[in-house]
Design a protein. Structure first.
Length: 391
């Protein structure tokens, strides 16, 4: 069904990197969500009204909030698809994250409201009107919500959409809460014991937990999250695949919305390379990255020694010693400056986040002590930095 809808309502549906195609996916998912959730709200509200069930009514208004969420998603996706302008040179893609954040607040508000109603129902229970047809209708709604969640998950993965993945999470929460509601009704029909208020409270807590999860997932790219290891590997391998590039490091990626990223990286080139040829190579890699990776890439060129066997060997030995001290650390931009009485070893050392200054100084001192066992003239000039890749 999902593929049928995509093929008939999304032009060029395979070109998911294009903004207009992503927008079409988002519009389709939003409209389907609005239709399904309004249908479920009407059905559940009527069932809850005639059965006098707070858990069913809570579930119904949860679906109504989902319909409102789909409207917000629709507006957010449309606005996120706006092209870049003078005030927003990197486009409007982050609006999609803001829309998902608003959805999370709506979900939290609905959960909190019905938690209060459920607690009141626990204090003063009311008689339920059990009907088997009501259970059948709620089971049908579970099937609809399950399909809607899977539908959004498939489309969300295709276009890397936070909003759609948030809708998927919310839909799975709805499946759980509706199943719990059915359980309370069946339990009442079989035993005559009314646990409606308790189940309603449980439903509300699950809804609130889903809202917190959605907020967390959407806040991360807004605040600035670490680079995905797969993205890091892809970009580094792409840069290092060009003849004349000896290595790369210090990759930083800034996200401006799905498929809208700007990155910077340091590319190592031989220190005896012709400066104009090296610059032309760097420019070519940047142009190719825009075409092949859909990435605005800025490359800083670092000259490194590749022919001086003494320097190359000492760099490898320094890295080996450092790995023995702390496997989580690494070095790059290694240079050696010889003097009559002192030999300066100049390099950058990457350490994990969370290391305190004392820890960093301890590692540097241990490294210096080990290097001086090789030559007492060695003196380290170290710039300590962090890796921006997620672990």
């Amino acid at each position: 069904m999902a593929d049928f809808l995509v093929r008939h309502f999304v032009k060029n549906y395979n070109s998911t990197q294009k903004t207009e195609v992503r927008t079409a996916y988002g519009v389709l998912a939003s409209i389907v969500g609005i239709v399904c959730n309004i249908f479920l709200f009407l059905v559940k509200f009527l069932v809850g009204f005639f059965m006098n069930s707070i858990s069913v009514t809570a579930d119904a208004f949860n679906n109504l909030s989902d319909a409102a969420s789909s409207v917000i998603s629709f507006v957010g996706v449309k606005m996120a698809g706006k092209p870049a302008d003078q005030e927003h040179p990197f486009g409007h893609g982050r609006i999609e994250y803001i829309a998902a954040l608003i959805v999370s607040f709506l979900v939290l508000e609905v959960g909190f409201t019905f938690l209060k109603d459920s607690l009141a129902k626990i204090r003063t229970p009311q008689e339920l009107n059990f009907r088997i047809i009501s259970v059948v209708i709620l089971l049908l709604s579970i099937g609809v919500k399950l399909w809607l969640g899977v539908f959004n998950r498939r489309l969300g993965k295709r276009i890397d959409s936070k909003v759609m993945m948030a809708v998927f999470t919310d839909s799975m929460g709805d499946v759980i809460t509706t199943a719990a509601t059915v359980l309370s009704l069946v339990f009442y029909g079989a035993t005559g014991v009314n646990i409606d208020g308790f189940v309603g409270a449980g439903v509300a807590l699950v809804v609130m937990w889903a809202g917190i999860g959605i907020a967390k997932d959407t806040l991360e790219p807004l605040i600035g999250e670490a680079i995905d290891p797969e993205t890091c590997r892809e970009v580094k391998e792409f840069v290092e695949s060009y003849p004349g590039i000896s290595g790369s490091h210090d990759l930083i990626v800034h996200n401006y919305g799905p498929n809208r990223s700007m990155a910077s990286i340091h590319a190592e080139v031989p220190n005896d390379a012709d400066i104009e040829e090296a610059h032309e190579l760097i420019d070519r890699i940047e142009r190719d990255a825009a075409k092949k990776l859909d990435l605005f890439l800025v490359i800083h060129m670092d000259p490194v020694e590749v022919k001086n066997e003494e320097v190359v060997a000492l760099k490898e030995e320094t890295q080996k010693i450092l790995q023995g001290i702390d496997p989580g650390c690494s070095i790059h931009d290694f240079r050696m400056v010889k003097g009559m009485e002192q030999i300066n070893l100049i390099f950058d050392m990457v350490v994990p986040f969370g290391y305190q200054e004392e820890k960093k100084k301890e590692i540097q001192q241990m490294l210096l002590d080990e290097l001086r066992k090789l030559d007492q003239r060695y003196h380290c000039v170290i710039t300590v930095e962090h890796d921006y890749m997620a672990k």
